[in-house]
Design a protein around this ligand. Sequence first.
Ligand code: AMP
Length: 627
Amino acid sequence: MAKKYEGPAIGIDLGTTYSCVAVWQEQNNRAEIIHNEQGNRTTPSFVAFSGDQRLIGDAAKNQAASNPANTVFDAKRLIGRKYSDSVIKNDLQLWPFKVIAGTEDNPVIVVHFKEEEKHFVAEEISSMILAKMKEIAEKFLESKVKDAVITVPAYFNDSQRKATKDAGVISGLNVIRIINEPTAAALAYGLQKRANCVENRNIFIFDLGGGTFDVSVLTIKNNAFDVKATAGDTHLGGEDFDHRMVNHFVKEFKRKHSKDISGNSRALRRLRTACERAKRTLSFDTEATIDIDAISEGIDFCSSITRAKFEQLNMDLFEKCMETVERCLTDAEMDKKTVDDVVLVGGSSRIPKVKQLLQDFFNGKDLCMSINPDEAVAYGAAVQAALLGEGIKSVPNLVLRDVTPLSLGISIKGDVMSVLIPRNSIIPVKKKQVYHTCDDDQPGVSVDVYEGERSVASENNLLGLFELKVPLAPRGLPIQVCFAIDADGILNVSAEEETSGNKKDITITKENGRLSTEEIERMIQEAENFKEEDLKFKKKVKAMNVLDDYLYNMRKVMKDGSVTSMLTSTDKMKLNAAMIKGKNLIDDKEQHETFVFVDFLKELEKIFESALNKINKGYSDEESDSD
Ligand code: AMP
């Protein structure tokens, strides 16, 4: 197959809490999950602004408790949403960083960086994480990476998909495809466990991650992956289980110490980290402890939680997951008995109660836990990236057909939702429908595009709207509306009046919260600036470390009496003064540029070497002093 893209194309699972990157390795006939510089195969989706440094991934997460207001996470929960969205109302109170309403009701994240207030939209924060994943892949592949497949929850709507694509563009990536997370996981499962399956096999993917929940049912036959239906919740996952536990302990702390820590962001952040750890423990143990020193006003907090209590705190959320499972099968018109494999994906699918409820639902069926739930999505994304590039030799006939998660249509007379593309239609898809004007001499028609399942149009999600001018005519003038969804699941709408030839495409602009081309351009430039600043900072740290090492070695030499006794007293004074100056420079690092450290090191080397040379040449203290 001809190569469509230059260089290796990577697959990125851009998660709410963790992200993962993979690349297909044809020589090994499998995808490689790429570890970051810390050796971890997943990277926290965290960005922090600390002092004059921007941190991404593990480094950002590790300092979160000491710098909560400037450590941003959960960008995926904000992306493509409005500030006033009821779904994120609760989160706004829980996040230790500040989020305000920007223009067009867009959520804007506010942090303090370099003594300035900085504003970022979710696309920018996500782009920083994507840029980090790109960098991780480039280090591993020892080459530049341009093209990437990025995954999104199957239940992401049009604006969330487009916003994710914009984030990719800002990060400097060419997003060759957006694919659904459960579909990517199915690709991983299919290739690893059911390669070249000739029988019809029904696969159910249960994907419960850090912030989103998706289920999909697929049929695999002869390496054709057909998604039959998908359902989910873009705001349900591990973080919600953590929040419940945090609230439980906040109440307990109040009971025990008569102190409310719900407004103390540092205490909450530390408690949340401890709760997440305890939750993981409860997946293999029946009890977990929480132990935080001086959580508030010097009070230590020690407590424990049983698995039963954790389950009780989250039971309604677990049950909600099972309702979604049922809805997906109903949509696919599939009896649960006909499901061959139930595959678990996403870190939260490790929770024993979730597994038990799922197993009970499928009448005691064994669940497939043989693929790594944290890595399956990135693995599948890498497979898709390879398919779009050079192809995969071992499965040349691999075909993937995905579906759209939500019904799409327009509002017609009486606020009725007229659906053009029903949910679970195979994508890409194009549908045309003719509508008629309602009044005589109507000057124009308004095309209001919605997504959702409600029959009252305005109760669905408004994606955008436009006006089409039409010639004056008696009512009943035909208008053709066309909906097209591309392979990324992104919608384009056009409307045309034939007699006048008037035609209009929907331009999704700031009206519905999307970034304009100019804003994206500006953000690309800012991302470049950040990259340069990061590089500058790395250079400065390197120069500082070299100087620090040199000073350390100098100090060691100066402690050696056999050397110092041979130094002239002038040299001793010079060396001591230089060492003090060097230490002061490092202590005051924020005030100095890289060249200060580099130049001073050169100066120091000269002083030190000249002093040592004198010793080697055999000058004695007296000889030099009497000079
Ligand atoms: P993902 O988005 O798939 O990376 O999933 C991340 C979520 O899985 C986080 O909320 C983690 O706390 C959660 N998680 C990871 N391991 C476990 C575990 N052993 N038990 C419960 N939850 C887990």
